[in-house]
Design a protein around this ligand. Sequence first.
Ligand code: SF4
Ligand code: SF4
Length: 117
Amino acid sequence: MATNSQKIQYFRDRVPAFACTPGCHDCCGPVTASSDEVSRLPIKTAAEHDKALADYNCPYLGDMGCQVYEERPLICRLFGTTANLPCPNGCAPSLPTDPKIERQIHKFHQTTRQVLL
Ligand code: SF4
Ligand code: SF4
């Protein structure tokens, strides 16, 4: 039985990367992620979380973009790579995420404790 960490790595390896519009972070906002993913992120204060939520934003979005890019959650990685989560700017990888992997990622989200970033 794979651990959640192993599953996260498995999914990360199967979501294709693609180039975004430079400087864009339009799809960043309040997102939830598995507690395993959130535990890898630096801790934000309650005030930082409250401010981000009040701005309908993500507490890890800085002036230069995502501050935790290497550890960004699966939902952030999946965005723009499937027809179900299209980029509003039309950016996409040459090949989308395999629908089977997309379903497995959503199932992973449904079966793990989700935490608001
Ligand atoms: S996926 Fe699209 S909306 Fe999100 S950051 Fe990239 S270009 Fe912007
Ligand atoms: S973790 Fe990074 S990529 Fe995901 S919503 Fe927050 S700032 Fe955007």
